[in-house]
Design a protein around this ligand. Structure first.
Ligand SMILES: Nc1ncnc2c1ncn2[C@@H]1O[C@H](COP(=O)(O)OP(=O)(O)OP(=O)(O)O)[C@@H](O)[C@H]1O
Ligand SMILES: [Mg+2]
Length: 250
C-alpha cells in the first residue's frame, strides 16, 4: 500500500534521516519508537510531505515518484489520502467541535454542507463527543480536543492516519480516553502509523514496530520481537530504560 525506500532528510548540515525504508500494508498499525531527536516526527512529516525529503522512492497506491522531485500535484494526491493527528491538536480556536470536523470535508473535499454535517456528527459520536459538538476548543479538555482532532482526521476517510505523539501533551488522566479511541479505530481495520512514547500502548496495538535511532531503522519486527527479543544492544538499552519506569508490559 505504502512503500518508501531510501528516505533521506537533512536540515542544513544535520542529516536526520539517513536512508529509511518503510512499508505499510492495509490494516496494519505501525508503531514508531526511538529516543528524542531520532527523527520520528521528521519521518512522519516526510510521509505526509509536510517536509520535502532529499531522496527517497515513494510508492502509494497508483502513485510512484522520486521524493526529491515531488510535484505539487503529487503532494496534493498524497495529502488527499493521508491525515495527521498532532501532539498539539491544531484545532481552529473560533470553530466549534462540529465545525472543526466539517472544515476539511467542506473546504478540501467540497462536500455539501448538510452531508458534511452528518458525517462530522457520526465521527464525533464515534469518539464519544456527541454531547460536545457545539463546544469551542477552549471549552474542552485536552483529551476531548484530541478526540475532536481524531474525528476530524477520520471524517476525511484517509487511507492512512498518522499520529505524532497524540497523548504527550495530555494530563495523565486524559491519556487513557485518547488511547482507547485510537485502539477502537485500529480494531475497525484502519491503517495507522503511530509515533508514541507510550510503550505499553505500542506493544498492545502495533502489528509492526520500528525502532529509529541515529537516522536509521535500527530494529523492526513484531512487538514481541522488538520489545522482548531485541537483536541490537541499543534497542535493549532503550527498552529497558523505559521498562524501568514501569511504562511497559506485554
Ligand atoms: N524544521 C527543522 N529545522 C531544523 N532542524 C530540525 C527541524 N525539524 C527537526 N529538526 C531536527 O531534526 C532532528 C529530529 O527531530 P524530530 O523532531 O524529527 O525528532 P523526534 O524523534 O520526533 O523527537 P521527539 O521524540 O523529541 O519528538 C532534531 O535534531 C531536530 O532538531
Ligand atoms: Mg517528535
Amino acid at each position: 500500500m505504502l512503500k518508501i525506500e531510501g528516505l533521506k532528510k537533512s536540515f542544513h548540515k544535520n542529516q536526520v534521516l539517513k536512508g529509511i525504508n518503510l512499508e505499510v500494508n492495509p490494516g496494519e498499525v505501525v508503531g514508531i519508537i526511538g529516543p528524542s531527536g531520532s527523527g520520528k516526527s521528521t519521518l512522519l512529516r516526510c510521509v505526509n510531505l509536510l517536509e520535502k525529503p532529499d531522496a527517497g522512492a515513494f510508492s502509494f497506491g497508483h502513485l510512484n515518484f522520486d521524493m526529491a522531485k515531488v510535484t505539487k500535484k503529487e503532494i496534493l494526491a498524497v495529502r488527499r489520502h493521508t491525515a495527521m493527528v498532532f501532539q498539539q491538536f491544531n484545532l481552529f480556536k473560533y470553530k466549534t467541535a462540529l465545525e472543526n470536523v466539517m472544515e476539511g470535508l467542506v473546504v478540501v473535499q467540497k462536500a455539501a454542507k448538510a452531508e458534511a454535517k452528518e458525517r462530522a456528527r457520526q465521527c464525533l459520536e464515534k469518539v464519544g463527543l456527541q454531547d460536545r459538538m457545539d463546544y469551542y476548543p477552549s471549552q474542552l479538555s485536552g483529551g476531548q480536543q484530541q478526540r475532536v482532532a481524531i474525528a476530524r482526521s477520520m471524517a476525511l476517510k484517509p487511507a492512512i492516519i498518522l499520529f505524532d505523539e497524540p497523548t504527550s501533551a495530555l494530563d495523565p488522566e486524559m491519556i487513557g480516553e485518547v488511547l482507547r479511541v485510537i485502539k477502537a479505530i485500529a480494531k475497525e481495520g484502519h491503517t495507522l502509523i503511530i509515533v508514541s512514547h507510550e510503550m505499553s500502548f505500542i506493544a498492545d496495538i502495533a502489528s509492526h514496530v520500528i525502532f529509529l535511532e541515529g537516522g536509521y531503522v535500527l530494529e523492526e519486527g513484531s512487538p514481541r520481537d522488538v520489545f522482548t527479543h531485541p537483536q541490537q544492544e541499543r534497542t535493549r538499552q532503550f527498552i529497558s530504560r523505559i521498562s524501568a519506569f514501569g511504562d511497559f508490559s506485554i
